[in-house]
Design a protein around this ligand. Structure first.
Ligand SMILES: [Zn+2]
Length: 133
């Protein structure tokens, strides 16, 4: 009779321990947000990403006004919203809409070259065309 009691209490202990372990595990995995997907470590360079709020605060925006993918002007009040910001190699690049993100990610260097071209000729003469209307 006494033996039986011992087993029961032992069993209780074990299941309590198991419960604790489960609770620990779930709270631990809950607090760790899935950081990088597994595929990221295969890439040496950090891939282009849609900029987070943190990126927008910490990284300089190159200030391009035209989408390098579509060539569209990036308008703050367009129906598409105010465009999409991409974080890439420590800078923010601007795209006109979420549709262009996929293309930018595919070949960021190509589109950054287009952006740099735009920025290079952007400086003066911006109103010269307007006044000829
Ligand atoms: Zn677009």
């Amino acid at each position: 009779m006494k033996k039986e009691l011992l087993y029961v209490s032992l069993g209780l202990c074990v299941s309590l321990a198991a419960l604790n372990a489960i609770a620990d595990e779930s709270s631990a995995s809950g607090s760790i947000k899935q950081t990088a997907p597994a595929q990221a470590d295969a890439v040496a360079d950090v891939p282009a990403q849609v900029a987070t709020d943190e990126d927008l605060q910490n990284l300089p925006n190159v200030g391009n006004k035209f989408c390098p993918v579509s060539g569209e002007e990036i308008k703050a009040d367009s129906a598409m919203g105010e465009g999409v910001h991409m974080a890439y190699q420590g800078k923010i690049y601007n795209l006109c809409c979420p549709m262009c993100v996929k293309d930018f990610k595919k070949d960021p260097q190509k589109y950054i070259a287009i952006i740099n071209e735009e920025l290079a000729k952007d400086a003066p003469a911006a109103d010269a065309q307007e006044t000829t209307k």
